[in-house]
Design a binder for this molecule. Structure first.
Ligand SMILES: *Cc1c(COP(=O)(O)O)cnc(C)c1O
Length: 361
């Protein structure tokens, strides 16, 4: 067994694992489970500081992104894809799959979105139904100012789809203050439940846009409207994964009780960056460091997979490489959720220092 220090899946606390082993009812027929589901959704909305409804979907984080795009996009719609990272760019695939005409706002992959530049762009180009944006783009670790971006989009009547899968609960996020319409999260990042669930907060404006479509949503599983009135009608569109939801609920209660969470993430993020620099390694980013993950450039002549292998073999710690355009170029330490504790972060950094010293000598 390895100590998980990857940017998702993260470590899962024992009470979450135990919650998943509770006796199951029939979630389709038991009215108490409808209450439990709804209260769990409301707990998410509360933690994300929004009055918007949250829906929990039976699929990993990616399902939330696809469901948001599938539910909003009608063939021919103009969509703005904010691209300063791998997930940022990836939204174009989902939007295009459902018929969108995509315009990219491209910016450096090593920096957070610059608000002055973005405002200037929007001033000239704002004829979009919605824009997609990523809070923490995990392959590079860049953290974007999603609340400021959301407020700007709102001024032009552009709806927003936000991927905060690897930021929420580790970085502050106030959905209502940012006027954010569809905000996507997942179970296996800073929430520290096992992989398996996605959830989306849905604004009234987004609901209206879905209901007023001229064409039907071209999906069932990725259609957010199929949950409409589930509570009133006591009818889920498909059987809910009850054990996953028991685990999720306990993980959410852990987060809620952990009132120091943002400060701790900030402290451990800063500690990690300082120690990495002190080892003589460089960070991938120039600015916009997320406190949920640190992304380190692999020095010239060093093989990323050999570092990851040595971390496992010699220290029983699992950290991650990256993918797409960053494949082989960086290694990543995930210090989010349950991973974000002084002992494990320090042990990981000590191990990395030992591995790098042995490697480079
Ligand atoms: C992890 C992650 C997702 C979801 O990916 P899954 O493979 O479905 O867990 C989406 N967006 C970002 C930014 C992520 O880090």
């Amino acid at each position: 067994m390895y100590k998980l220090m990857t940017p998702g899946p993260t470590q899962v606390r024992e009470n979450v694992r135990m919650a998943r082993s509770q006796v199951c009812t029939n979630p389709d027929l038991d009215s108490e489970f409808y209450d439990y589901y709804k209260e769990t959704c409301e707990l998410i909305s509360g933690l994300l500081e929004t009055r918007n409804e949250t829906l929990i979907l039976d699929g990993e984080g990616i399902l939330g992104l696809e469901a948001a795009c599938a539910s909003l996009t009608e063939p021919g719609d103009s969509v703005l894809v904010i691209d300063n990272g791998v997930y940022g760019r990836g939204f174009a695939d989902f939007a295009a799959m459902y018929g969108a005409k995509v315009t990219f706002y491209k910016a450096s992959y090593t920096k957070a979105i610059d608000m002055d530049e973005f405002r200037a762009f929007l001033k000239k180009n704002h004829n979009f139904k919605y824009a997609s944006l990523v809070h923490c783009d995990t392959p590079s670790g860049v953290l974007n100012p999603v609340e400021e971006i959301g407020q700007e989009l709102h001024k032009y009547g552009i709806l927003s789809i936000v991927d905060s899968v690897s930021a929420m609960f580790g970085e502050p996020l106030c959905v209502d203050a940012g006027r954010l319409d569809l905000v996507c999260g997942g179970s296996q990042k800073a929430l520290s439940a096992p992989p398996g669930l996605a959830f989306v907060t849905v604004s009234e404006a987004a609901k209206k846009a879905m209901e007023n479509r001229k064409t039907p949503i071209a999906s069932f599983y990725a259609n957010l409207l199929v949950f409409k009135d589930y509570y009133k009608n006591q009818w889920f569109p498909y059987t809910m994964p009850i054990s996953d939801i028991y685990g999720l609920r306990t993980a959410l209660e852990n987060v809620k009780a952990d009132t120091d969470r943002y400060k701790r993430h900030a402290r451990l993020g800063e500690l990690t960056r300082q120690r990495v620099r002190h080892m003589g390694l460089s960070l991938y980013l120039e600015n916009g460091y997320s406190n949920t993950v640190t992304v380190i450039r692999v020095p010239e002549g060093v093989n990323a997979s050999e570092i990851l292998e040595a971390m496992k073999r010699e220290h029983h710690i699992m950290i991650a490489g990256s993918f797409d355009v960053l494949s082989g170029q960086v290694i990543r330490i995930g210090h989010m959720g349950e991973n974000a504790n002084e002992k494990d972060v320090t042990e990981t950094l000590d191990a990395l220092e030992a591995v790098m010293t042995a490697y480079i000598k």
